[in-house]
Design a protein around this ligand. Structure first.
Ligand code: IVH
Length: 686
C-alpha cells in the first residue's frame, strides 16, 4: 500500500461530527425509544461516514458506528478468564421459600431489615462487556462462570450496546454485565426463513440468542436483531463505583447503556411479593422472555460480606415463574412415528401465543395419557410451555363443552406410516411399529443423524432430510455419502438450487470427520444419548471393540445401565446394523477415537473423583477433563464410591457430605500434584 495522504482537517472534523450524530441517533432510537432521524436520514449519515473511512483509513476508530456491521470470520473463540467469577442464582418458587431465603439472609447479616431491588429475570444469556477508557474493548460469554468465550466482534454488532460510554465518571476499566436476548417479535419470522433455507430452526428465542451470539462470522450476528439489558458491575479499575445496586442501575443508564425499565425497590417480603405479581402480569406483553424476578440486596457492601455458596450468591435469589400456560382448542390428534418406532400422539392446536411464541402443536405423550385425561378432538384445553421443553397439553378446561359427535380418541392399531400392525409393549407405555423397514422410522433417523448434536450436517435441516427420505433419494445412511452422484435428482427437490446443493454436499463431506462419539450418538440407538456415546467412545475407542463387547463389558462404562447395555449389545449384533456400519466405514467415516490413550500406570487411573467449589488455576470442567484423560471418573455427586473430593474455594454441601462419609478431601495444590502423578499421602480436610 502507498503511504496515505494526510487527512485534511475539515474531513476529520466531519467524520467526528458524523460519528457523534449517529451515536446520538442510536441512543435516541435504542435507549430512549424516541428517534429523531428517519431511517433514510440515518442511512445517509452512515454512507457518508463509511465513504470517509474508506478513503482515509486512519480516521477509522474502533468506536465508530460503522464498526457495528461485523468483522471478518475467525476460526474459533478465544478464552477469556473472568476477573470476577460470573455467578448463577438460587431459586425460590413460592412465598414460603422466598421468606426462608429472606430470613436466612437477614440472620447472616445480623440485621432486622435490608433494602432490596427487584429486577426482571431476562431469559437470555449472560455477557460481560469491558469498556476501557469508555470504549468497548472486550465482550465475553459466561461460559462456566470462570472462563467464557471472547465474542467481542459479535457484541459490537448488537444495536443497543454502545461502543462508547457517555459521562465523565466512567472508570478507566469497567466490566459491565447483562443479558443478551432475541426479541420475541422477530423470532418466528427468523425461524421461518431458516426453515426455508434448509437450516435448522431454533427451539425458542433463548437458543436463538445463543446461536446468534456464537457465530464465528460476526457479519452473520449483525444480521440478527439481538439486544441487551445491563444489570450489574463486574469489575472496575480506578474511578468511583456506587454503593448500591439501585445506583448501579441509574449510573449505567446515565452512561448510555440499555437498562431494563422495570425495576422496583422493596423493603419487605410483602413488597417483593407484590413486585413478582406485577411482573407476572406484564410478562405476556413484553417483547422478550422473562422467567422470573431477581431479588437482590441493595447495598453492595452487604452483598460483599454475604458472599456466595458455590456458584449462588447469598445476597440474591430468583423467584421463578410457573410454566406459562394458555387456553386453546385441539383441532386434531395425530400420531407420529419416531426413530425407534414409538408412536407418539400430538395435538394440532388452534394457534395460540404462549410467552411470545406461537404454539401450533403440543405433545400428548402417549396412549395412556390420552385415556387418563380423556383428550378428544374439539376439546378446549390448557397447554403449557416451560423453558426449553416441547409444549404439552395439560388438561381439558373446566368449562369444556362437547357436542354429541365427540368420541373418546381411539389410538391407531396400525402404523400410520407403513400400515403394519403396532405392538403394545408391556414394560412401558409405548405403542411401537416394529417394522424394520418402516419409512417413517428411516425419515426420523435421517433427521436425527444430520442434526446438531449428532453429525451436524450443515445444509441438511429437517425439511431436507424428510425430502431425501420421502423421495427415496436416500434409502440407507451410507447413501448420503454418495449424493454427489445424484445432483440431478437433488435439483428436482423443492427449493434446492445449485448453491444449496453445493452447501449440502460440503456439509456431508465435512461430517466424515466427526469423532466416533458423534457417530455413535447419530446412529440413534435407544438410550444412547450424547453423554453415553462419549463414555462409550472413550472407553472402547473403536467401533469394532464396541461391536464385540459383551453386556458385562458394556456395564463397566460410566453412564451405561443394564437396559442400555442390553440394547447396545443387541443393536450392534443385528446383521442390518453390521452391514450399515461396514458401509459407513467404506464411505470414509471416523470409526476410531483418536484422542490420546490414558497412561496405564497413573495413580489416579480407575478412581472416582468429585470436584467442587472454585479452583484458582483451572475451571471445574478443565479439572474434570484432566481427571478423565487420566482414565479416572469425574462424578457430580459424593458417595461412598468417591475416592477423593477436590474442594476449591466456597465448597458447599458436597464438602459436608464428604466429611460425613469420611471421603478424603484434597485441596487444589495436592490435587495438582496428584494430576502430575504424586499419590496424596495424607488427605487434607476442610
Ligand atoms: S444478576 C449474581 N440480574 O440469570 C447473580 N441475573 O440464573 C446473577 N439474569 O447468569 C446475575 N436477568 O444470566 C442478574 N436482572 C438480572 C438477570 C440475571 C437474567 C440471568 C443471568 C444469570 C442467571 C442466573
Amino acid at each position: 500500500m502507498t503511504k496515505s495522504a494526510p487527512v485534511p482537517k475539515s474531513v476529520s472534523k466531519r467524520a467526528q461530527e458524523l460519528r457523534d450524530d449517529i451515536n446520538r441517533a442510536n441512543h435516541l432510537y435504542y435507549i430512549e425509544s424516541a428517534p429523531e432521524l428517519t431511517d433514510a436520514e440515518w442511512d445517509a449519515l452512515m454512507v457518508e461516514l463509511r465513504e470517509i473511512e474508506a478513503q482515509h483509513p486512519s480516521l477509522l476508530t474502533p468506536d465508530s458506528p460503522t464498526q457495528k456491521v461485523g468483522a471478518p470470520p475467525s476460526s474459533e473463540f478465544a478464552e477469556v478468564v473472568h476477573p470476577v467469577p460470573m455467578l448463577s442464582l438460587g431459586n425460590v418458587f413460592d412465598e414460603d421459600s422466598l421468606r426462608a431465603w429472606h430470613s436466612r439472609t437477614l440472620e447472616l447479616a445480623g440485621l432486622d431489615e435490608a433494602a432490596m431491588v427487584c429486577e426482571l429475570k431476562i431469559d437470555g444469556l449472560a455477557l460481560a462487556v469491558t469498556y476501557r477508557d469508555g470504549v468497548l474493548a472486550q465482550a465475553a460469554t459466561r461460559g462456566d462462570g470462570l472462563r467464557g468465550e471472547d465474542v467481542t466482534p459479535n457484541v459490537r454488532t448488537i444495536r443497543n450496546v454502545p461502543l462508547k460510554l457517555d459521562g465523565d465518571d466512567v472508570p478507566p476499566v469497567i466490566e459491565l454485565r447483562g443479558e443478551v436476548y432475541f426479541p420475541n417479535s422477530a423470532f418466528e419470522r427468523f425461524n421461518r426463513e431458516r426453515e426455508e433455507a434448509g437450516l435448522p430452526t431454533y427451539a425458542n428465542p433463548r437458543n436463538s440468542a445463543s446461536g446468534s451470539l456464537r457465530q464465528l462470522d460476526s457479519t452473520e450476528t449483525a444480521r440478527r436483531p439481538l439486544a441487551m439489558f445491563f444489570y450489574s458491575f463486574g469489575y472496575a479499575e480506578g474511578g468511583d463505583v456506587p454503593g448500591t445496586q439501585w445506583e448501579v442501575l441509574q449510573t449505567m443508564r446515565r452512561w448510555g447503556l440499555p437498562v431494563n425499565p422495570w425495576t422496583r425497590r422493596a423493603e419487605t417480603i410483602e413488597e417483593v411479593q407484590a413486585a413478582v405479581e406485577a411482573a407476572g402480569a406484564e410478562r405476556a406483553g413484553l417483547d422478550y422472555g422473562i422467567d422470573g424476578v431477581v431479588i437482590k440486596i441493595d447495598s453492595l457492601a452487604l452483598q460483599n460480606s454475604l458472599g456466595s455458596v458455590g456458584r449462588d450468591p447469598r445476597w440474591a435469589t430468583a423467584y421463578k415463574f410457573p410454566a406459562e400456560q394458555a387456553r386453546t382448542r385441539i383441532n386434531r390428534i395425530h400420531v407420529n412415528v419416531g426413530r425407534t418406532g414409538n408412536l407418539t400422539p400430538w395435538a394440532e392446536l388452534e394457534p395460540v401465543n404462549v410467552g411470545g411464541v406461537t404454539v401450533r402443536r403440543a405433545t400428548l405423550h402417549n396412549k395412556d395419557e390420552i385415556e387418563r385425561k380423556d383428550f378428544r378432538e374439539g376439546d378446549s384445553v390448557i397447554i403449557q410451555r416451560a423453558g426449553d421443553v416441547i409444549p404439552q397439553v395439560v388438561r381439558v378446561t373446566d368449562d369444556n363443552k362437547r357436542d354429541k359427535s365427540s368420541k373418546p380418541y381411539t389410538f391407531p392399531e396400525k402404523c400410520p406410516a407403513c400400515g403394519e400392525p403396532t405392538v403394545d409393549t408391556e414394560d412401558d407405555a409405548a405403542i411401537r411399529c416394529v417394522n424394520a423397514e418402516c419409512p417413517a422410522q428411516f425419515e426420523r433417523l435421517l433427521e436425527h443423524f444430520a442434526s446438531r448434536g449428532a453429525m451436524d450436517i450443515e445444509g441438511m435441516g429437517e425439511r431436507v432430510a424428510q425430502d431425501l427420505a420421502r423421495t427415496g433419494i436416500v434409502k440407507r445412511l451410507s447413501e448420503l455419502y454418495s449424493l454427489a452422484d445424484k445432483q440431478e435428482e437433488l435439483a428436482e427437490l423443492e427449493g434446492m438450487g445449485e448453491k444449496k446443493i453445493a452447501n449440502l454436499l460440503e456439509g456431508i463431506k465435512r461430517s466424515k470427520q466427526q469423532p466416533l462419539s458423534r457417530l455413535l450418538f447419530a446412529l440413534g440407538i435407544n438410550g444412547v444419548g450424547g453423554e453415553a456415546s462419549e463414555w462409550l467412545a472413550r472407553h472402547f475407542r473403536t467401533m469394532s471393540r464396541i461391536q464385540s463387547a459383551t453386556v458385562d463389558e458394556l456395564l463397566e462404562v460410566d453412564g451405561v445401565g443394564p437396559v442400555t447395555a442390553q440394547t447396545v449389545q443387541e443393536w450392534m449384533n443385528l446383521p442390518v446394523n453390521l452391514t450399515m456400519i461396514e458401509e459407513l466405514e467404506r464411505a470414509g467415516l471416523t470409526l476410531e477415537d483418536d484422542s490420546p490413550e490414558p497412561p496405564q500406570d497413573h495413580p489416579m487411573r480407575g478412581l472416582t473423583l468429585v470436584v467442587t467449589g472454585t479452583l484458582e488455576t483451572m475451571s471445574r470442567s478443565d479439572a474434570e477433563s484432566k481427571i478423565k484423560a487420566l482414565g479416572a471418573k469425574a462424578s457430580g455427586s459424593v458417595s461412598k464410591k468417591t475416592a477423593y473430593l477436590v474442594a476449591g474455594a466456597n465448597a458447599g454441601s458436597k464438602l459436608q457430605k464428604a466429611e460425613q462419609l469420611g471421603v478424603p478431601v484434597l485441596d487444589e495444590e495436592t490435587f495438582t500434584r496428584f494430576l502430575e502423578g504424586e499419590t496424596p499421602v495424607e488427605a487434607v480436610t476442610g
